[in-house]
Design a protein around this ligand. Structure first.
Ligand SMILES: Cc1ncc(C[n+]2csc(CCOP(=O)(O)OP(=O)(O)O)c2C)c(N)n1
Ligand SMILES: [Mg+2]
Length: 578
């Protein structure tokens, strides 16, 4: 790339060098919130968008911007850049940084700051930004203000490379957030017009299919594959992030697969969907001698309870990350990868092996069939029966809602769950299906959920080879939607996400009704400080933000709205009884 240090503003020259190198390294999305201190980065980003080298997403609220970057990275498998100004703007990125830290999602923050002479003297909009995110960043660099000195172009390139390596876990096997805190001095920017050739080197968006197909994230473990031998009565647990490896492992070893709904492994012949009930059954869960865990299980108490039980040996497998799932500090083996050995594969075909697997799988199917029968519609053989009509007009229940969404979702779609109740209802009952499901389970916050889903939708539907031709559906509770309502604010002129938000509106946080204390404490106190009632008008919110809106009070409304969603962003409100 030619040195374009010619604008008259070292801030702008440095910004072009830095962003240009990120583009060359394969970064495609940049999320930006407005501010004066970050103007050089912002204007460079606008120019790169103009010549087709990046997709720019402008968001007013930095908290939503951070989660949008998280969603983009979850879907694309490579980091998005986040640009913001100095002061509280930076602090608003903290929730997304924590979620990315705990779920191992790459993210690169470019936080603009005052130069050293303006720090610590009560100058406006100035705080201590380096290190603000503590241990949550893989790398934090406080870069001094560029002055136009020789070598700054090379410095910018080196900085982009270091940041990308650290965020993707290229050498550390620990992907996560990176903060480049960038000081800028006046003149804060100067106009620059680029041609695509100015950012020479490999790729623009139009010719970048090969780069898009090969994510920057390289999660291949360097350690050997741990051999899991046959013998003990084994179950395979798949939590968030487990992916298809867990399914393959369970199938090869002939072991039951207890896969959470957002594990990416909820499919295949060995699947045990109703794992929570069965872990409590003495003749199944009670007889487990060994658990092999993939991903991060968070949706049940039964899984950690089994792992801490006397007589259960646990192996935890995670290709990346430095903090290991380890309930009660009882895990014996931690491995980057694992495979059943020859003894295990032979044992899988033995009568004992087949009996063990068969009992789990059949028991789960029976439980699921019983649950489905309770929600099913009786079909008459002579036209539409009165029962059918009544069933179609019945109010929507939570099981009905998650069943209908699950049925409507296909591999070309994306499904996202908010934290709270509905993800747990789904986890207990939906059968196997090889579809893409995401939930922010790093910290299971109810914040940033709308923005995360927008990011997943946008990343899945754009680029020269879109990964999804379908819709993204987000299933959330009312409080979770309201918490991130600001992320409904989209920017005119930007691509619209094909996103259907399905909000189960029960007027507050009904998950807390399940707490033990709800049975003993005063009902009005539980209401006031845990349930926290809300009466927001979702239809008017949708209208205010320009989202199309629908109400599904009955099963027939619901089925119709799910099979023919609006082409752009839409909200489907589903009233639920508390
Ligand atoms: C940022 C954040 N604040 C608070 C919580 C605690 N919390 C968990 S669920 C919940 C209520 C969610 O209510 P809603 O979205 O309506 O779902 P429901 O349980 O009613 O289905 C809250 C406040 C959290 N997980 N994250
Ligand atoms: Mg609710």
């Amino acid at each position: 790339m030619p040195d374009i240090a010619s604008s008259g503003s070292p801030a702008s020259d440095f910004s072009f060098s830095l962003l240009g190198e990120f583009v060359r390294l394969g970064v495609r999305d940049l999320v930006l919130s407005p501010g004066a201190r970050s103007q050089a980065l912002a204007l460079a980003a606008a120019e790169l968008e103009r010549i087709g080298l990046i997709r720019l997403h402008v968001r007013l609220d930095e908290r939503g911007a951070g989660f949008l970057a998280l969603g983009l990275a979850v879907e694309a498998g490579r980091p998005a850049l986040v640009v913001c100004t100095s002061g509280t703007a930076v602090a608003n990125l903290h929730p997304a940084v924590l979620e990315a830290h705990h779920s191992g999602v790459p993210m690169i923050l470019l936080t603009a700051d005052r130069p050293s002479e303006l720090r610590g003297i009560r100058s406006n909009q100035t705080t201590v930004q380096p290190g603000l995110f503590g241990v949550a960043t893989r790398l934090c660099v406080d870069a001094p203000a560029p002055e136009g000195a020789a070598g700054e172009h090379a410095d910018a390139i080196a900085l982009a490379r270091r940041a990308t390596d650290a965020a993707t876990g290229a050498t550390s096997l620990d992907p996560g957030p990176v903060q480049l805190n960038l000081a800028f001095r006046e003149p804060l920017s100067a106009p620059v017009a680029l041609t695509p050739e100015a950012i020479s080197g490999p790729v623009g968006l139009a010719e970048s299919a090969a780069v898009l197909a090969a994510p920057v994230v390289d999660a291949s473990p360097t350690e050997p594959v741990f051999p899991v031998t046959g013998g003990p009565r084994t179950v395979v647990i798949a939590g968030t992030g487990a992916g298809p490896e867990a399914e393959e492992f369970a199938r090869t070893g002939g072991w039951p697969l207890l896969a959470e709904v957002c594990s990416g492994a909820r499919f295949g012949p060995n699947l045990v969907s109703a794992y929570r009930e069965l872990l409590l059954a003495s003749d199944l869960g009670g007889r487990v001698e060994r658990a092999v865990v993939f991903g991060h299980p968070t949706l049940s108490r039964e899984v950690p309870a089994m792992i801490v039980r006397e007589g259960v040996e646990t192996i935890v497998v995670a290709p990346t990350g430095t903090e290991w799932f380890n309930p009660g500090n009882r895990v014996r083996v931690f491995a980057r990868a694992a495979a059943p050995d020859a003894v295990a594969i032979a044992a899988a075909g033995s009568p004992e092996g087949r009996e063990w697997l068969g009992r789990w799988v059949m028991s789960s199917r029976h439980l699921l069939a019983a649950g489905a029968a309770r929600e099913s519609i009786p079909i008459g053989d002579r036209g539409i029966t009165r029962e059918e009509l009544a069933a179609m007009r019945a109010p929507v229940t939570r099981p009905m809602l998650v069943d209908a969404v699950w049925r409507a979702s296909w591999p070309h779609d994306r499904l996202v769950f908010g934290a709270s109740r509905l993800v747990r209802v789904a986890d207990r009952r939906v059968p196997g299906k090889k579809i893409s499901v995401h939930s922010n389970r790093g910290l299971a916050g109810i914040d940033g959920t709308v923005a995360t889903a927008v990011g997943i939708a946008l990343a899945s539907q754009t680029g020269p080879t879109p990964q999804s031709t379908g819709v993204t559906r987000l299933v959330v509770g009312d409080l979770t939607l309201l918490h991130d309502v600001g992320s409904l604010l989209l920017t005119p002129g930007e691509a619209l996400p094909r996103l259907q938000i399905i909000v189960g509106n029960d007027g507050g946080g009904t998950i807390f009704d399940g707490l033990e204390v709800a049975a003993s404490a005063r009902a009005d106190a539980i209401n006031r400080v845990l349930f926290t009632p809300q009466q927001a008008d979702v239809a008017n919110l949708a209208a205010a933000y320009g989202w199309s809106y629908g109400l599904a009070a009955t099963r027939s409304d619901l089925e119709r709205a799910l099979t023919a969603p609006h082409a752009g962003p839409s909200i489907l409100e589903v009233p639920l009884v508390r």
